[in-house]
Write a protein of this length. Structure first.
Length: 741
């Protein structure tokens, strides 16, 4: 029978300059330098070594890895067992021929996360942590066993469908059978959650190959999302002369997802809009080398905020996390890391990563769709890019006829692009209100897109704004990186989403702050800070509770601004978020007032020197303490934490009635003769200064003008991080354009 031996402990890691370190896996060599900024984390090739004794001298042995980033070659006793390219999926090698029975066996894994043009991802806004960062095991089997060489799958493919009250299960079983022996019997059993057998089938195998079984479950119970994530277990067993020689088990569920262009998402025939978040698989101080408790904690936080779906971005994630989503009823958008920049030499790698994603995860009832690519047109569109996405779409449907495909498009991609027609669904990553424009423009864009594609289901695949909990403002504005602005932004986005039932899915970017070593924003280095929760998972930002107010049914209330402790104001608006109908606020025991509202409750409070604020709704209570000060509190702004200029504080610039300045909108400047030339010059200056991933981004000129026309030049320069001397230079160019009287 099959045996699985844990090989996680006891490795030797040989890193830079031959430095040796005893480690256990999961492990990454970028746990710290992949999160500290500068885009200088170590990318290269390093060696892992381990010895083990052979526990089963007869039969077949496989070495199985759940995740090695990004490429690797594996040697056993100095024999090449195999190579693998792609850092996020399970793979295994048959090492039987290389094993020693009477001596220690040596495994050497050379792992490479270096720069190349063939393995995805190479350009993206996250850290590509190197290492053996998921579990490793030795699997020992008899000569007759289920197929272990099918792209990391277990050799059993389950397709569960619903026909009234009957669940139909089509099972494809791939097995290796020793033909010289007597015929092998293959038995399938389906058990419900009480472990009762509800369906069985049996067949005979005389040679290796694929066998199909069709089973039916009468009066089946639906996997019904958060309401009732009911799971069945299929166990397949190979028997020789009545004795079991190999067994595999997979859980699955019966459900129907229908994605409609007008009604949005329907689960099992009822309206079930997917209101979700996105998740990266890393944690502060440890990178992507996660333990099971990390996955459990992340899922619990996702459920706590009220999400019913998660986009697993931008790659295949741990089987533990997919299993947890099945168990808890969280719907999943699954995808591969075909992202940001198409590489002509990487086509086969996208196909192999997609084969692994689909084959290893086909059985999960939580998975709604397969993601082909993310913002892949950001670096331009080529015929090779188009054909690559078509090939991925066709591959998904050849492997899985039950799920649709989707692409997540960058918001600078014109909706008229023919690439939108490749997948079954449309997804757009929209960042109006953060990178450009006003938050409400997201709704305008989506409505225009819906009108242009009335028969295609549409998702808002990303939206978000960066926030640092150390930064606060009583007058938040786009680009100030304050927790206060992120909160206001998500208020607007949650209302915008709730008003558009045609959106089958919306996925906030991101559930957690995550490592992006190329980033330096506000006072933060090496992180993308758009999370609802901080990188260490210790702090729920105020925006966490905005999302919870709109989408959770768990009764709660939350007073925003608890980290904005010192206020240089005599009175201010205090905001409470809750999914209750009425909230009462007290200050130092005196009633400020009672408000009936929808999700967002605002109270004007006159501050004493010390203020103990308490919000009450029924039995729910929460309190915070604030203080009034007579002086400003610079610690809450970016300029007090870094060398970043406090924008125009040192520049003597002001609006003008007679000539254009940086305070005028792009649209007004373009209407003036000579205005187009000035705007084009600004964009060229911006392109020349871009670094990192932004240097790869290509925006079609017409689309760019559409994106920026409502912005002031001041806003653009702020977003582009222009130096003061460049700001003055741009203002001088605009001053040469007189305004018509």
């Amino acid at each position: 029978m099959r045996r699985s031996i844990d090989l996680n402990p006891g490795w030797l890691f040989i890193g830079e300059d031959g430095h040796c370190e005893e480690i256990d896996v999961p492990h990454t060599w970028n746990a710290l330098d992949g999160q500290d900024g500068g885009n200088d984390y170590v990318r290269g090739s390093f060696l892992y070594q381990r010895t083990f004794s052979l526990p089963c001298p007869t039969g077949v042995c496989y070495l199985e890895f759940d995740g090695v980033n990004a490429s690797c070659s594996v040697r056993v006793n100095d024999h090449l067992a195999g190579t693998h390219a792609g850092g996020y999926s399970r793979f295994r090698f048959d090492i039987t021929a290389f094993l020693l029975e009477d001596a220690e066996n040596v495994v050497e894994v050379e792992v490479d996360n270096g720069i190349n043009e063939t393995v995805y991802p190479q350009t993206a806004d996250f850290t590509f942590y190197g290492g053996i960062y998921r579990s490793v095991r030795l699997i020992c089997l008899g000569e007759t066993h289920f197929d272990m060489d099918d792209d990391g799958s277990c050799g059993v493919k389950i397709t569960a469908q619903v026909a009234g009250t009957v669940g139909t299960v089509a099972v494809e079983l791939s097995a290796l059978v020793v033909p010289s022996r007597s015929a092998c019997t293959l038995v399938c059993e389906i058990r419900d959650m009480s472990r009762t057998i509800v369906a069985t089938s049996r067949s005979t195998m005389v040679e290796s190959g694929v066998v199909e079984h069709d089973l039916q479950v009468e009066d089946m119970i639906l996997w019904d999302g958060l309401e009732n994530p009911y799971l069945y277990t299929l166990t397949a067993t190979l028997l020789e002369e009545g004795v079991a020689v190999d067994t595999v088990s997979q859980r699955f569920g019966f459900r129907t997802f229908e994605l409609d262009s007008e009604q949005g998402c329907l689960l099992n025939g009822r309206s079930y809009p997917l209101r979700g978040v996105s998740r990266h698989q890393d944690v502060e101080g440890r990178g992507n080398a996660l333990e099971r408790e990390d996955h459990i904690r992340d899922l619990e936080l996702i459920l706590e905020c009220g999400a019913n779906a998660v986009r697993l971005a931008h790659y295949q994630q741990s089987q533990e996390f997919y299993d947890l989503c099945d168990e808890k009823g969280l719907a999943v958008w699954a995808e591969i890391p075909y992202i940001s920049r198409h590489m002509e030499g990487g086509r086969e790698n996208t196909l192999s990563q997609m084969r692994e994603l689909v084959k290893q995860n086909h059985h999960h009832p939580s998975i709604v769709c397969w993601g082909l690519s993310n913002e892949i047109t950001a670096s331009g569109i080529s015929e090779g890019l188009i054909e690559n996405n078509r090939a991925l779409h066709d591959l998904c449907h050849s492997l899985d006829e039950t799920r649709p495909t989707v692409m997540a498009h960058a918001f600078m991609l014109s909706p008229q692009s023919p690439i939108l027609a490749i997948p079954d669904l449309i997804g757009y990553n929209l960042y109006y209100g953060w990178y450009l424009g006003e938050t409400g423009e997201n709704g305008v864009f989506l409505d225009d897109l819906h009108a242009a594609y009335p028969d295609t289901p549409i998702a808002l695949s990303e939206y978000g704004a960066d926030a640092l909990v150390t930064l606060q403002s009583d007058a938040p504005v786009r680009g100030d990186f304050s927790e206060s602005y992120q909160t206001v932004y998500h208020e607007q986005m949650c209302r915008l989403i709730s008003e558009r039932p045609y959106l089958w899915g919306t996925f906030l970017w991101n559930m957690f702050d995550f490592g992006a070593d190329a980033r330096e924003i506000g006072t933060s280095r090496g992180k993308n800070c758009k999370g609802l929760v901080t990188f260490d998972r210790k702090t729920r930002k105020d925006s966490f509770y905005v999302f919870k107010a709109f989408f959770s049914t768990e009764p709660f209330l939350h007073i925003a601004g608890s980290r904005f402790v010192y206020r240089n104001k005599e009175r201010d608006i205090i905001t409470v978020y809750s999914n209750q109908r009425s909230v009462t606020l007290f200050n130092n025991g005196a009633c400020v007032g009672s408000v009936e509202a929808d999700k967002v409750f605002e109270f004007e409070v006159e501050f004493a020197e010390r203020n103990l604020l308490e919000a009450v709704s029924g039995t729910l209570k929460e309190s915070i303490e604030l203080f009034r000060t007579d002086e400003g509190q610079p610690q809450y702004s970016v300029s007090s934490h870094s060398d970043v200029s406090n924008w125009l504080s040192d520049l003597e610039l002001s609006p003008s009635d007679t000539h254009f300045t940086i305070f005028d909108t792009v649209e007004d400047i373009l209407a003036q003769e000579g205005g187009l030339e000035v705007i084009e010059t600004i964009m060229k200056m911006r392109d020349g200064a871009k670094e990192g991933i932004s240097a790869e981004v290509v925006i079609e000129p017409t689309m760019m003008m559409r994106l920026i026309k409502d912005s002031t030049v001041e806003t653009l320069l702020k977003q582009f991080s222009f130096e003061p001397s460049k700001i003055i230079e741009v203002n001088g160019m605009l001053a040469a354009l007189p305004k018509e009287r």
